[in-house]
Design a protein around this ligand. Structure first.
Ligand code: RIB
Ligand code: CA
Length: 301
């Protein structure tokens, strides 16, 4: 059965890799892509999303959302994602597919149009979903599930010692989402740092079509500059499409929103403490994830 999804994203290199995989998966119907400021400012992530979807000949439209966190200023990660935000891959933007409907409203209206059928996959700060929950609560509750890339439970963060970027960039939005009662599946750094590609995988991408070559350039850029693979968002997307590739635990958690040193940290609840009951990915079959994603980056299965 074809799975209806919305991607909420801030491309950024790993977001772009997740977008390519989602659009090229024949079992997925990407109903639209809402964008949020995070890795880069809103106008850049909007342009990049339009360019990626155009390169893929996808009919999906782009819905610009929040230009910063619920409170305070955007602190982006532009230094990591290179020139233009896609590691030197520069597909031409397509302004014609950028919609005037706000990303948060698009999420809400689409959830209401297909009650119980739509999975929202969030790949950036949770600002758009938090805004949707605050302004359209009766609609977003009709989402089938939310699969979110975020958090660093039991492992070091990638912004501070304890916080992962998406939760750190808008901890208040993360708290709103945790409190909203969504069927939430969290895919954090404890899982997303552990997939690698072999040399022959990279060679296959460089011999693929223009999009596969773009994927290779983006991966090479991050590996050369950060010394790790950019598979956070692609693995979160894989968890939404192939949850059986992952192991899951149900936990009660809260997120720190005020601490200067630990803003964005996920705090498991002690017995009896009030928190959000969510499913957290605790492991993955990385070979199956790699096979699945590589096939999609090379053209689709
Ligand atoms: O911490 C990794 C997450 O933050 C990824 O979604 C990456 O794109 C950035 O948004
Ligand atoms: Ca992202």
């Amino acid at each position: 059965m074809v799975k209806k999804i919305i991607l909420d994203t801030d491309p950024g290199i790993d977001d772009a890799l997740a977008l390519i995989a989602a659009v090229r998966c024949k079992d997925v119907d990407v109903l639209g892509v809402s964008v949020v400021a995070g890795n880069l400012p809103l106008d850049t992530v909007t342009k990049n999303t339009s360019a990626i979807l155009a390169a893929l000949n996808s009919p999906a439209r782009v819905y610009p959302g929040a230009s910063g966190p619920l409170y305070g200023k955007l602190q982006d990660a532009s230094d990591i994602h290179g020139p233009g935000g896609l590691g030197g891959w520069r597909p031409p933007p397509d302004a014609s597919r950028i919609d005037s409907c706000h990303g948060a409203e698009f999420i809400a209206r689409t959830a209401a149009a297909f009650p119980g059928e739509v999975t929202l996959v969030t790949l950036g700060p949770l600002t758009n979903l938090a805004l949707a929950a605050e302004h359209f609560p009766g609609d977003v509750e009709k989402l089938a599930a939310v699969v979110a890339m975020g958090g660093a439970l039991g492992v070091p963060g990638n912004v501070t010692a304890v916080a992962e970027f998406n939760f750190w960039a808008d901890a208040d939005a993360a708290a709103v989402v945790l409190d909203s009662g969504f069927s939430l599946f969290l895919v954090g750094l404890n899982v997303t740092r552990n997939m690698v590609l072999a040399q022959e995988d990279m060679l296959a991408l460089t011999r693929g079509d223009a999009v596969a070559q773009g994927a290779a350039r983006m991966i090479e850029f991050i590996v050369a500059n950060e010394g790790e693979y950019p598979f956070h968002d692609p693995l979160a997307l894989t968890a939404a499409l192939k949850p059986e590739f992952f192991t899951w635990d149900t936990m009660q958690v809260n997120v720190e929103t005020r601490g200067t040193l630990c803003r964005g940290q996920i705090i498991p609840c002690k017995d009896g403490e009030r928190g959000a009951a969510i499913k957290i990915a605790t492991g993955a079959d990385y070979r199956r994830c790699r096979d699945f994603l590589l096939d999609l980056w090379l053209g689709g299965v």
